[in-house]
Design a protein around this ligand. Structure first.
Ligand code: BGC
Length: 751
């Protein structure tokens, strides 16, 4: 009996260990024996053939042995349109229209791991329909710069929020039998010189801020593949970074899958082979014949090639290849995913300010919608993150549909649209609604037309913000100013009719100093996917209460934000971007030796991360700088009451419980946020840090008891002396609230 008990306890322990942090990766090794037997049958050429691209979006299998090619698809907000085999140009298919899911910052504004999971399931299913094995997403880098070209692709400025969403997305995709390729590993926070910049970041900041989202998705979510970023981190390219790929990813986190360089982001044969890259995308100039040659000279071993092939095959065996006669038989976009896109969009809309304007008064009979962002589609553009959507409900369409026949909705463009970087050829006849410069002042005619409509309306809804050419992969914004005279337009509208609601359609923050005083209500509406216009109108008309919360700080002015305040960005000696140079015709014509010499002669851009962990609100709080809208901010149509906290600190976690009541007359969600402040700490900490959060749905008048839990591991810091995670014991102040600047209840515990 006693023995049995021991066995039982042993089994429980074993189970606990299996369901522990490493198990999600260890599941990838179940076929290792079979894989080794297959590798034994492969020629060196066949193996090396798996280490580089076959087409722009695939890498080879071994047909002779029944190993299918690996098919990749961008991510992260929709399965990208099918391209021609050797490029990104459209293949001209008809069944490849996908669901356009809300962009990264919109998903993050839901603060919901569950919705991120659903989102992942939609993406994973649509990938299968298209015969894709690997989604190039989620994109989970920390939003360090308000101007970042990919801020909208990324999730949040906070690692805990980013990590929870990255985890949900990863599990959702992979539960559908599709692999994620989480990107861009790591510290990929700017587009300026993205192909050459060296992000110089201290180890503690690296661990606590920049690696966290990857860490959770890999250890807990079992992310099967990882895309090393274009940039360097502390001196080495990410695609050949021993510390990132071999020591941390594989060594510490137990990653068992494979890495795929970002497109054009492989830089050498030896570096990539020795320091953790599996697949060169795209091209074979580094991980093709040179690998075979290096084995012949003894510089590399075939065992290393076997190891890399094993890591690829683990994923190949975990993901069932979709047969050619099964893939692409139906439209990629399916109603189930469209519904998920709507649910996410509904919960992402953030009400920044409301002086009694919203929800719209049911007595309203005439609405003037002003601004091109009400009609511009946001699905395409932005390079890798563009989607050929089956359909997209624009804000104006959403409003018209919801308003119905009894309400007149008028529209005027209000301002010119700045097309920014053009993705296609310039139109033969110039578009009169296009501005020639981003800071072009308001057009007097468009302004007069908009003001005339505003005067006649019961309410004016102004749509401002940016577009996907202004915020895009490949470049950062010069500033966060509202483009093309929008500030003048909104001021004139307010003067014409103060019953004004402003909706911002953008992926990142904008400078609202001039807009805010003339906007009685402000909504952040995002690039919100296929059903974005539907979700927005539901919020504006009060069918649902807004419940999104900002995943990043809206600084009052750009210079207040940490990297700017510290003089770390922009880098005045930036020089040319290696990445774009690599594709320049004259550079392409050079011999390898000439190209190397040319590259070596270029300036070496550096980005210093001396603001350390003080990214986003951590900076604003610690330095006592008031932002325009704080991280976590988002209003509702109801008031929520936060009861007193019951806080306990156990061995493995800290818990806080309290009653949350919806004191309003409609059902609504609140996102409760738990921040931790260290009291009398010896270690240096930001003023406070988000450690847990929860989206809570409450019926009108309902009260629920909410429990938030912080695993003890989440309270650790990276001790640089010990080169390990460490816990600082002592007093913690637990701050629970509706936003980082709206703390409602406090309690203390000692750990
Ligand atoms: C982007 C990646 C993308 C890849 C393939 C690169 O330019 O950085 O995010 O997945 O292209 O489209």
């Amino acid at each position: 009996m006693y023995k049995k008990l021991i066995y039982f306890a042993g089994a429980v322990l074993l189970l606990a260990a299996c369901s522990g942090p490493q198990s999600a990766q260890d599941r990838l090794t179940v076929n290792d024996k079979k894989i080794d037997a297959v590798i034994a049958q492969m020629t060196l050429e066949e193996k090396v053939n798996m280490l580089h691209s076959k087409t722009n979006m695939s890498s080879a299998g071994v047909e002779r042995l029944g190993i299918a090619d690996m098919h990749y698809a961008d991510g992260p907000f929709g399965i990208r349109e099918e391209g021609v085999p050797n490029g990104f140009q459209s293949a001209g298919w008809t069944l490849d229209s996908a669901t356009y899911f809300p962009a990264g910052s919109a998903l993050a504004a839901t603060w919901s791991e569950e919705l991120a999971y659903k989102y992942g399931t939609g993406m994973g299913k649509e990938a299968r329909l298209r015969g894709k094995d690997v989604i190039l997403g989620p994109a989970v880098n920390i939003q360090r710069l308000p101007v970042g070209g990919r801020t909208y692709e990324y999730l949040s400025e906070d690692p805990v929020l980013s990590a929870a969403l990255a985890l949900g997305y990863t599990k959702g995709v992979q539960d559908q039998g599709t692999a994620v390729c989480i990107k861009h590993f790591a510290v990929n926070n700017q587009e300026t010189n993205r192909g050459s910049v060296d992000a110089q970041v201290d180890e503690r900041t690296l661990r606590e801020i920049y690696l966290k989202p990857f860490q959770r998705a890999i250890i807990e979510g079992g992310a099967m593949s990882v895309m090393p970023a274009y940039n360097k981190v502390n001196g080495d390219y990410c695609s050949e970074n021993e510390h990132l790929l071999n020591e941390i990813l594989r060594g510490e986190w137990g990653f068992k899958g494979f890495t795929v360089s970002d497109w054009g982001g492989t830089h050498s044969t030896m570096g990539a082979m020795l320091h953790g890259l599996n697949v060169q995308m795209t091209g074979d100039n580094y991980l093709g014949q040179p690998v075979i040659d290096s084995i012949a000279t003894g510089a590399l071993t075939e065992d290393l090639v076997d190891e890399k092939v094993r890591q690829i095959l683990r994923v190949r065996y975990a993901i069932e290849a979709v047969p050619d006669n099964v893939a692409n038989q139906r439209m990629t976009s399916q109603p189930e995913s469209q519904d998920i896109a709507r649910q996410v969009a509904e919960k992402s809309v953030v009400l920044l300010k409301n002086e009694g304007m919203l929800p719209l008064d049911p007595a309203v009979k005439k609405i003037a919608v002003i601004g091109q962002n009400a009609v511009l589609k946001t699905q395409s553009g932005g390079m890798g993150a563009g989607v050929k959507a089956l359909y997209e409900v624009t804000p104006l369409e959403g409003i018209r549909k919801r308003a119905g026949s009894g309400v007149e909705v008028t529209y005027a463009p209000g301002y010119k649209n700045f097309p920014g970087r053009r993705w296609g050829p310039a139109p033969a006849v110039p578009d009169p609604l296009e501005a020639a410069a981003i800071d072009e002042p308001a057009d007097p005619e468009l302004l007069a037309q908009a003001v005339a409509l505003a005067k006649e309306a019961d309410v004016v809804i102004f749509f401002g913000g940016t577009n996907k050419s202004i915020e895009t992969e490949g470049s950062d914004r010069q500033n966060i100013d509202l483009p093309t005279g929008q500030n003048e337009v909104v001021k004139a509208l307010f003067e014409a009719n103060p019953r004004l609601v402003t909706v911002l359609i953008s992926g990142g923050p904008t400078d609202l100093r001039r807009l805010e005083p003339v906007s009685p209500a402000i909504v952040q509406g995002w690039w919100n996917g296929t059903e974005g216009g539907t979700a927005l109108s539901e919020v504006l008309f009060g069918d649902i209460a807004p419940s999104g919360k900002l995943p990043f700080t809206f600084p009052a002015k750009l210079e207040d934000s940490p990297a700017y305040a510290m003089g770390n960005f922009p880098d005045k000696n930036a020089g040319g971007d290696l990445f774009s140079l690599m594709y320049r015709q004259d550079v392409l014509k050079m011999t390898p030796a000439e190209r190397q010499a040319f590259m070596d002669s270029l300036p070496k851009p550096v980005s210093k991360y001396t603001e350390g962990a003080l990214v986003g609100y951590r900076w604003f709080d610690t330095k006592d700088v008031k932002p325009m809208y704080a991280f976590g901010h988002g209003l509702s149509y109801v008031e929520f009451e936060y009861g007193a906290l019951k806080a306990t600190a156990g061995k493995t976690s800290v818990k806080v419980s309290f009653n949350l009541s919806n004191a309003g007359k409609m059902d609504a969600d609140e996102v409760v946020q738990l921040y931790v402040r260290r009291v009398n700490a010896k270690v240096e900490w930001p003023s406070k840090e988000l450690k847990a959060f929860q989206r809570v749905s409450l019926k009108a008048g309902e009260t629920k008891t909410v429990t938030l839990e912080i695993p003890m591991d989440e309270l650790r810091y990276w001790n640089v002396e010990k080169n390990a995670w460490d816990l600082e014991h002592g007093e913690l102040e637990l701050l629970v609230g509706a936003a980082s600047d709206d703390i409602r209840q406090k309690a203390g515990v000692t750990i």
